[in-house]
Structure formats: C-alpha cells, structure tokens
Design a protein around this ligand. Structure first.
Ligand SMILES: NC(=O)c1ccc[n+]([C@@H]2O[C@H](COP(=O)([O-])OP(=O)(O)OC[C@H]3O[C@@H](n4cnc5c(N)ncnc54)[C@H](OP(=O)(O)O)[C@@H]3O)[C@@H](O)[C@H]2O)c1
Length: 246
C-alpha cells in the first residue's frame, strides 16, 4: 500500500477527561473519518475517550504517554505510525499552576516548563518527523490568554505558554515552506470542561450561557484550520466567548 492509500490519522496529545478539549478534538477528527490516536498520562481516561469515539462509529486508539518524556513519546509515535498516515497532530497538554509569584515554587515553575515547553518540543518534533517526508500535514498547538500576557498568579504558566507560542512560530517559519501547516490557537477564556466544572464551579455559574468556550466549538475551529488551503494559512488564531472582555 502506498503512503497515500493508508488510512488518515489524527494524533492528539493532552487528552484526559471526556469533557475536555483534548477529547473534543479527537471526536471531531474521528467524525471526519480520521483514525484518532489519543495520548495522555492516564490509560483509564484515554480508554473512555476512545470507547466513546468507537461507540459513535469512529475509530480511536489510546496510547498512554507523557509528552515531557522523550522515550515515551518516541514509543507512542511508532504506534501511531502503524495506524496509517499522520495527517494532523495536536499538542494540547497544559497545566496552569496558580500562585502569587513569590510563593511559586521552583518545582511548579519547572513542571510548567516541562509539560508545555519540553513537552511541546518533544511532541512536535515527533509529529514533524512523521509529516515532513509527506510534505503535507498540520501541527496545531493549544495556547491560552497567558501565551500573550504575563499576569499573576500565572507567572509559571504564562512563561511556559509564551515559550510554547515561540516554538510554534519557529516551526511555522521552518516547516511551512516544506508543506507543513503549523498553527497556534490562543484560547482566550475558560473552557467549559471538567477542569473548570470541578475546580471553579462558581466561575462556571457566573459565566452564564455560552460565557465559557465550548470544547466542541473550539474543536470545530481546529478542524477548519486543518482544512485551510495552503495559499491562505493561519499561523495564529484567537478564540473567546462573545462576552469575554479583551
Ligand atoms: N481549561 C481552561 O479553562 C483553559 C483555558 C485556556 C487554555 N487552556 C488550554 O487548553 C488545553 C486543554 O485544557 P483542558 O482544561 O480542556 O484540558 P483537557 O483537554 O481535558 O486535558 C488536557 C490533558 O492533558 C493531559 N496532560 C497533562 N500533562 C500531560 C503530559 N505531561 N503528557 C501527556 N498528557 C498530559 C492531562 O491528562 P492526564 O493528567 O491524564 O495526563 C489533561 O487532562 C491546555 O493546553 C490548556 O492550557 C485551558
């Protein structure tokens, strides 16, 4: 079978809860007939996301891995390659440690860097190595308000997300001319997912109807980015709820 005839694969790293952006992205790509490969650190949660996609008639495979561990991601990349031809890779892992700057521990700062920057580099490199020989494909990277603005209590998160954005620009300039579309998405608001529902229910309530970003609506924008014609590529897209101040 030639590479062109192989099944198309979407690899999403940073998948956890079924009610989260990573899961919504995997569902959206699977709905278009791509095989979804989902990666996160918790096998049980990945299994639930893959099972939900399969139950809806799609194809999905769960490959547990830690984006900040090069050996782990290399092993997952090899499994992903066995599924077919990588079309789109999404780096969605992220953690937002909160603390006033003087109370932030070195460990928190290092962990934010490890997941977002080291993880963003390790994952993107593995994806780019698969995409480059094909001279086409998409690498999408999830950012946040903090990608553009340093503000307490997010010193560690903002520093890490800004560096991840910088990586996305470097990759876009380096690999765009080789046919690879690299785009960074600034999620400028809270996501209506498990993280906020569990950790900040009062914020969810205060946001009101459509005051938080719907994971499915974000996933639609990622799909459209992937679909863009190469004569008109977006490098950075910002998404926010209609009533979010900015
Ligand atoms: N939630 C928000 O309000 C919000 C706002 C703006 C931007 N964002 C960004 O949006 C993205 C998704 O956020 P989300 O809250 O909706 O979460 P999500 O997509 O449901 O899940 C992301 C998952 O990434 C996994 N992950 C974390 N560290 C990892 C690592 N080292 N290796 C592999 N997987 C890892 C976690 O699952 P495990 O712990 O099971 O590995 C986590 O559940 C993040 O990049 C975040 O910064 C979120």
């Amino acid at each position: 079978m030639s590479n062109q005839e192989k099944p198309k694969v979407a690899w999403v790293a940073g998948v956890g809860a079924r009610a989260g952006l990573g899961a919504a992205l995997a569902r959206r790509f699977a709905r278009e007939g791509l095989i979804a490969a989902v990666t996160g650190r918790t096998a049980e949660r990945l299994g639930a996301v893959a099972a939900e996609i399969s139950a809806a008639g799609g194809k999905a495979f769960a490959f547990a891995g830690d984006v900040s561990d090069e050996t782990s991601i290399r092993a997952v990349a090899a499994r992903v390659a066995e599924l077919g031809r990588l079309e789109v890779a999404v780096f969605n892992a992220g953690n937002a440690a909160r603390a006033p700057s003087l109370e932030l521990s070195v460990q928190q700062l290092e962990e934010a860097w490890r997941v977002n920057v080291l993880g963003g580099f390790v994952f993107s490199r593995a994806a780019l190595q698969a995409l480059l020989p094909q001279q086409q494909g998409t690498l999408l990277i999830t950012g946040a308000t903090a990608s553009l603005r340093g503000k307490p209590p997010f010193a560690a998160f903002a520093a890490a997300k800004a560096a991840l954005r910088s990586l996305s620009q470097t990759f876009a300039r380096e690999f765009g001319p080789k046919g690879i579309h690299v785009a960074h998405v600034v999620i400028d608001g809270g996501i209506d997912g498990e993280r906020l529902r569990n950790n900040a229910p009062e914020r969810v309530k205060a946001a009101g109807e459509d005051g938080l970003l719907s994971p499915d609506a974000i996933a639609e924008a990622y799909w459209q980015l992937h679909r863009q014609h190469r004569s008109a590529w977006t490098q950075e897209l910002d998404l926010r709820p209609f009533k979010e101040p900015f």
